[in-house]
Ligand binder design. Structure first.
Ligand code: ADP
Length: 496
């Protein structure tokens, strides 16, 4: 099949240098510098983007502060909800354009990019319902003095939020964080990943068009160390919300201590997926393949460790090979491609390094493991499956962030749970079974923020998402995220 036609609006957007958005104005970086964004399927440059630095971060934080203390505070909860709905409508009208931008800069198949854009619309609609429902409580206090007291709590926006997001879901990662920012009445400085800033620029154009007051959302594009680090350190930022690697998350948590910012972190994972002997094996193997190969494996919740009961191991390995072989690798704009390139040359190098070390460390390669011969350009890698009897190779223990599955077998359920939990991460886990009792018993024992039973990667704006252990701090989505973007004030009134 042939690639879809790129919309004229996308071509036009790409032809203009993308700028920073500070206090309601689009502007060059103070340094005048810019950087090129690459199409990972062709390795050709796509567009030029302003390269922010500390001076731009200062200006963006000042604009966010002014909006927070000024006009945004006067906007009623109902109006905030309307603005969020207006933004959702605008995104819905531009789903195809946003999807094409996602595919062009990230590489993922266009159908997946359309799914991502559609999910951003849903998330915004979910958060549009919140502003009018953020409430405190009245509490039955018992003062020692015997003087009657009224005590109530208020939930107030935490303030200026720095949002640092990664490249794997370049639109939804922005919206996951902007949704609660806008619902609670906070303001934001958004810092997209340097690999995928374009869809964020387009999103912020739509935020401007939706009618949010200037300074409520500011955008700084640039490199991690030059823009992310000064944001994380900034003394006038009240909260930082980060999604990315555990390594950078650690730096951000340290930088945040300067002014004791509130911090929420969504970090890495090495999520265990468990197949019990009574599972529907065909469905479980398909779920396991999708759980690792979706988005080229570049998902923090990728089901990268698969524990298969010994009695069904051969059958599962066969099914996995079949699913891997069925993938069509190619540019994301070609609708017949079911797997696109990795996001960058660096990511390809990381994944290739793991494939090589996995073999050196004794893991058995079941399929994949190489770059596809028919694709001369682009950061493509085959979907790959290892079997690691000893469970000691790096591919069984470390986050790869690529389409690489490592299979282990098990026979004792109690020992299996210990093995599944034997990881510094605790983002997600899954199990496949028809037995209700095993399902709930094992789900209760897994140390993970999300547990999927007979499914994988189900995420919903109403349901909390986040990690145990080194997979993060706090939860996004649902009521939990509203708490994370608000402070609680306790007010006492002497009624004596
Ligand atoms: P990856 O290694 O997959 O690129 P990162 O965790 O490095 O993922 O990147 C996620 C986000 O964090 C990006 O927006 C990136 O620019 C930003 N970032 C990288 N380094 C830093 C840093 N030292 N401080 C703050 N942000 C950073």
């Amino acid at each position: 099949m042939k690639s879809i036609e790129v919309l004229a609006s996308v071509t036009d957007f790409l032809s203009r240098p993308a700028r920073l958005f500070i206090g309601g104005a689009w502007q060059e970086a103070a340094s005048g510098r810019s950087f090129a964004v690459e199409n990972p399927a062709t390795e050709n440059p796509l567009a030029e983007v302003a390269q922010g630095a500390a001076a731009d971060v200062d200006a963006a934080v000042a604009a966010a502060r002014a909006a927070f203390e000024g006009p945004w505070r006067q906007v009623s909860p109902a109006r905030r909800g309307q603005l969020l709905l207006a933004l959702a409508d605008l995104l819905e009208q531009h789903v195809e354009e946003l999807a094409q931008l996602i595919t062009l800069e990230n590489g993922k198949p266009i159908a997946n990019a359309r799914g991502e854009a559609a999910s951003a619309v849903n998330i915004l609609r979910y958060f549009a319902g919140w502003p009018t429902k953020i409430e405190g409580s009245t509490l039955p206090v018992s003062p020692a003095s015997g003087v009657p007291m009224l005590n109530y709590t208020l939930r107030e926006p935490v303030g200026v939020c720095a949002l640092i997001v990664p490249w794997n879901f370049p639109l939804t990662m922005c919206v996951w964080k902007l949704g609660p920012v806008l619902a609670t009445g906070c303001t934001a400085v958004l810092k997209p990943a340097e690999q995928t800033p374009l869809v964020a620029v387009r999103l912020v154009q739509l935020i401007e068009a939706a009618g949010f007051p200037p300074g409520v959302v500011n955008l700084i594009t640039g490199l991690g160390a030059e823009t992310g680090a000064p944001l994380a350190q900034h003394a006038d930022v009240d909260k930082i919300a980060f999604t990315g690697s555990t390594q950078v998350g650690r730096l951000i948590a340290q930088a945040a201590t300067g002014n004791m910012k509130k911090v929420s972190l969504e970090l890495g994972g090495k999520s265990p997926n468990i197949i019990l002997p009574d599972a529907d094996i065909v469905r479980a193997a398909k779920g396991a393949a999708d759980g690792i190969f979706y988005n080229q494996g570049q998902v923090c919740t990728a089901g990268s460790r698969l524990y298969v009961h010994a009695s069904v191991l051969d059958q599962v390995l066969e099914e996995l090979q079949r699913h891997a072989a069925a993938h069509v690798l190619g540019p994301g704009l070609d609708p017949s491609s079911s797997m696109g390139p990795l996001v960058s040359a660096r990511q390809l190098e990381t994944v290739s390094g793991y494939l090589q070390r996995g073999l050196e460390q004794g893991a058995e390669l079941i399929c994949g493991g190489a770059r596809p011969e028919h694709l001369q350009r682009g950061h493509f890698i085959e979907p790959s499956v290892f079997y690691d009897r000893a469970e000691r190779a790096c591919v069984a223990r470390e986050e790869i962030f690529g389409p690489v599955l490592t299979v282990m077998s098990w026979s004792d359920i109690d020992e299996l749970v210990l093995r599944a939990n034997d990881s510094p991460y605790g983002l997600a886990a899954g199990l496949w079974t028809r037995d209700l009792r095993s399902a709930h018993r094992v789900a209760a024992q897994l140390k993970a923020g999300s547990v999927w039973i007979n499914c994988w990667n189900v995420v919903d704006p109403a349901s909390p998402f986040g990690g145990y252990k080194q997979s993060g701090w706090g939860r996004e989505m649902g009521k939990n995220v509203i708490d994370a973007y608000t402070e609680t004030k306790s007010v006492f009134v002497d009624l004596g």
